[in-house]
Design a protein around this ligand. Structure first.
Ligand SMILES: [Zn+2]
Length: 269
């Protein structure tokens, strides 16, 4: 169910129905090649959450437009507030979600550039005692057997990670009116390779992605279809629903968090 659609009575009752689990879909606003909308990652994360909610009852927080995307400030339409501010905003929102009774927050991430930040965010949440848990999850997760089924049905998946076969197919399934294949420029999807040595030798820099794919386009979307997108979204949703079910049942990690806080005020041998 969607937070913004409920009246106050239904909201109050929802905490019990959803067993206190709230999905927080997150993506970003950034260029996705020339052919996909700026909010591609937001659409995909929210669509997977909505499909998952049909399989496993769960609250879904309203659309959040921000993500960690400073490396795309050279392209029109990017909105990149500072990561420090974003950290504070997320913590403040999560505190509010918790104050409303939702003590288990599943961050459903649709943007690869958010992954490092969100894992760090979850780790840093241990610095202060909270009365809720944050679970971070990449919405695009696929099981090996699901990938095999897709490959058997459609052939090898020509993904590169951005505005590629999968993302294009998913947007074709969700919002076909926002997909413009006539704008695809295949030459812009090739890596310029300017950071390859560092990638290959395990050295990370903030400019690595720009050095390789300055056009925000990686992969070959020319054979994308809404059927493939629909199958992918279905698997993604099944996997997310499974995660929601597990989080509902999870009393181990919350108990360990409490044990940890009790112990860290009086460290022992
Ligand atoms: Zn994307």
């Amino acid at each position: 169910m969607f937070w913004e659609e409920l009246n106050v009575n239904d909201f109050a009752a929802s905490v019990q129905t959803c067993k206190g689990v709230c999905i927080f879909p997150i993506g970003c606003l950034e260029k996705h090649g020339n052919h996909l909308p700026l909010g591609t990652d937001i659409y995909i994360a929210r669509d997977i959450a909505a499909r998952a909610a049909k399989l496993e009852e769960v609250m879904i927080f309203p659309s959040y437009p921000l993500g960690v995307v400073a490396e795309v400030k050279h392209k029109a339409g990017t909105v990149a507030i500072s990561s420090r501010l974003q950290f504070q905003v997320l913590e403040a929102i999560f505190d509010e979600i918790s104050r409303n009774g939702y003590k288990k927050i599943l961050v459903a991430n649709g943007h690869g550039g958010n992954t490092n930040f969100l894992n760090y965010f979850a780790q840093a949440m241990l610095e202060k005692q909270k009365d809720y848990m944050v679970y971070v999850y990449d919405a695009w997760s696929l099981r090996p057997e699901q990938e095999k089924t897709l490959v058997d049905k459609y052939g090898p998946i020509p993904d590169g990670g951005h505005a590629d076969h999968t993302e294009t197919s998913q947007i074709m399934a969700i919002r076909p009116d926002l997909t413009h294949m006539e704008l695809v420029k295949p030459e812009e999807s090739r890596s310029l390779g300017r950071a390859d040595w560092f990638w290959q030798h395990g050295v990370f820099t903030g400019i690595n992605w720009y050095a390789s794919f300055p056009h925000q386009f990686a992969g070959d979307p020319t054979a994308a279809t809404s059927e493939f997108g629909e199958d992918m979204l279905t698997y993604n949703a099944q996997n997310m629903a499974e995660v929601v079910k597990k989080i509902k049942e999870d009393d181990v990690l919350p108990a360990l968090i409490e044990e940890f806080y009790n112990a860290h005020s009086a460290p022992q041998l």
